[in-house]
Write a protein that binds this ligand. Structure first.
Ligand code: AMP
Ligand code: MG
Length: 355
């Protein structure tokens, strides 16, 4: 869908001490139905007043987002939940005590007043309190809950720097608040608390281990592990769309580290002899692939949180390098490694080799 060109205002804010007038100005834009991109601790979000159906519809237009994919509503205080959810079960309160503000999105029964533009017609709503001073100050200044998916064009890589937002959304939204790079680097964990047992629909910044320690058993939806949509109606509509995709096709190689390295070298060699430029996504504590292709390092495999923080920037690097194919080394699916692998599997779109 074509979107009228808007003059996007870009403003830098000190994340430790955001200037009150800049935040108040951005809050006013939201209250007037405008779109503001802002930093959170996960990735940059594209915010609109969640109570204004037209403003939320503009998020979908600006991103080119499929209309059946609901958005997460961000709050700055728990008192804002009363306008959004029908009830907060005791277990959800325990989660909020433990992980809010933080990268945990909780799916709860939607309150009656919640716009269909937010829920995409579902009976549930996704809510979270971000752990970022700029995000919290902006939501407070707006005085309303803020609907905000990631601030990228639909299907593209999520933005972890304000410059990434500009690349995708300049001319399509009213303002961008630049609070520097985000911390966690992958999106929030989405946890469904409306089923019999809690289900992780999207792995993210809060790990399944942390959730299990808090709640007892937590189920991981099978689509999270496969990274694919199996054709049944997904419990989280966003899971059926291709996501997190760099421009070149990505091949994910998983298994024992030595065998993976050997396989990557073999494939790189075959691709090069076919005249294609090869990119290799690897880690600082992996073997040296510099003879095999253009290497991009995304953190240290023993510390998956460093890989999460660098993942999207690393994948964007391959766009700039202009490679024809990307070979990515798999990681252990422990801790935030589960979220990293889920994003890599989605970026691979089924091109996964297990050695
Ligand atoms: P993003 O677009 O980056 O904000 O991601 C939001 C994710 O949360 C998408 O995968 C959505 O499908 C999912 N989501 C949002 N609201 C709901 C809901 N009510 N039920 C299930 N999944 C949801
Ligand atoms: Mg997104």
């Amino acid at each position: 869908m074509s979107v009228d060109h808007i003059n996007t205002r870009y403003i830098k804010v000190d994340q430790n001490n955001p200037k009150a007038d800049a935040i108040a100005w951005a809050g006013l834009i939201l209250r007037q139905g405008g779109l503001v991109a802002f930093p959170t601790e996960t990735v940059y979000g594209l915010g609109a007043d969640a109570a204004n159906a037209r403003a939320v519809a503009r998020i979908f237009e600006a991103k080119g987002r499929p209309p059946d994919n609901p958005v997460i509503v961000h709050v700055a205080s728990r008192s804002q939940l009363s306008a959004l959810v029908a009830s907060v079960p005791r277990e959800a309160e325990i989660l909020m005590d433990a992980f809010w503000p933080g990268p945990l999105t909780i799916i709860l029964p939607a309150g009656r007043g919640v716009s269909e533009a937010v829920t995409a017609g579902l009976a549930t709503v996704a809510v979270r309190m971000p752990d970022h001073p700029v995000a919290l100050a902006l939501i407070k200044a707006a005085g309303v809950p803020v609907a905000a998916p990631s601030a990228n064009l639909s299907g593209k890589l999520s933005p972890t720097h304000a410059g990434h937002v500009l690349q995708d959304l300049d001319g399509r939204i009213e303002a961008i608040l630049d609070g520097g790079p985000t911390g966690v680097g992958v999106e929030s964990t989405v946890l469904d608390m409306t089923a019999e047992a809690p289900v992780i629909l999207r792995p993210g910044g809060i790990t399944s281990e942390e959730l299990s320690a808090c709640l007892g058993k937590v189920i991981i939806d099978s689509d999270v592990i496969t990274g694919c949509y199996d054709g049944e109606s997904p419990r989280s509509p966003g899971m059926k769309y291709t996501h997190y995709a760099p421009r070149a096709p990505l091949l994910l190689v998983t298994g024992n580290q030595q065998d993976v390295a050997l396989k990557i070298r073999q494939i790189a060699c075959a691709e090069k002899s076919g005249g294609r430029r090869v990119g290799i996504l690897t880690y600082s504590d992996s073997s040296d692939f510099s003879a095999a292709g253009e290497v991009v390092v995304a953190g240290c495999r023993k510390k998956p949180e460093t890989v999460a923080a660098g993942l999207y920037t690393a994948l964007r690097c391959f766009n700039e390098l202009g490679v024809d194919v990307i070979l990515a080394e798999g990681l252990d699916e422990k801790g935030v490694g589960l979220a990293v692998m889920n994003r890599l599997k989605k970026a691979a779109g089924g091109r996964i080799i297990e050695v």
